[in-house]
Write a protein that binds this ligand. Structure first.
Ligand code: URA
Length: 224
């Protein structure tokens, strides 16, 4: 791991600590704690959901409820565990009664997500559901239209590949949506491979210079 990557990991931990006291919106009043995000801080693949629910608010970790179990199962289907990826949400605090995020809450919270993206530098960001997809794509198109189609986006100063997916919570009770989600998930490994930086070119080593012949014995003796 390079020094720049290590510095990014430290800065993410510092930023998480600073965010724990956030009061940028009304959700600070009802939360148990800020749910910043979890997983590999230098992951190539990042998931962005909507907002913490009851269990996430209690445990301080995203996607630990029923939708999280499904997300873990989908990850296992492509040979990954949650510790291989980074998982975060559009909102870092639970909306009361799990209602939809409000536009002013998203606006207040978005800088946290953008900063996370800057520090983690994922190659692919899988947006789960409408809220994450619309925020990060900057487009109004709904998830039903754009799921499973990678798109290029600029988030802050970085270009990333967005991969919109149905939200696992929506797929929990809708078998057809679950099937589509599984099919879309199956394309993630190829997408990661496509986005991986090309390996550094192999530069041939210079041909070794011919060995310098050792001076004759008589010359060496002559030095003394
Ligand atoms: N849990 C989360 O952390 N985010 C969601 O969007 C849903 C459940």
């Amino acid at each position: 791991m390079g020094a720049a990557e290590l510095a990014g990991i430290d800065r993410l931990a510092e930023y998480a600590a600073a965010t724990a006291a956030c009061t940028r919106c009304r959700l600070a009043e009802g939360r148990t704690q800020v749910v910043f995000g979890s997983g590999d801080p230098s992951a190539d693949l990042m998931f962005v959901g909507e907002a913490p629910g009851f269990h996430e608010d209690k445990q301080g970790v995203p996607f630990v409820g029923q939708a999280g179990k499904l997300l873990e199962r989908l990850l296992a289907g492509i040979g990954l565990e949650r510790s291989d990826v980074y998982i975060a949400n559009v909102l870092k605090c639970r909306p009361p009664g799990n209602r939809d995020p409000q536009p002013d809450e998203i606006e207040a919270c978005e800088a946290h997500l953008f900063h996370q993206l800057e520090l983690i530098q994922p190659l692919v960001v899988a947006t789960l559901g409408n809220f994450a997809t619309k925020l990060l794509s900057g487009k109004p198109h709904g998830i039903t239209r754009v799921h499973g189609t990678p798109q290029e986006a600029t988030v802050g100063s970085r270009r990333v590949t967005l991969y919109p997916l149905f939200h696992p919570a929506a797929a929990l009770y809708t078998p057809r949506m679950l099937q589509t989600l599984e099919q879309d998930f199956a394309r993630i490994p190829a997408l990661l491979e496509r986005e991986a930086p090309a390996p550094a070119p192999v530069i041939p080593l210079p041909v070794a210079a011919p060995p310098v012949p050792a001076p004759a014995q008589a010359e060496q003796l002559g030095l003394f």
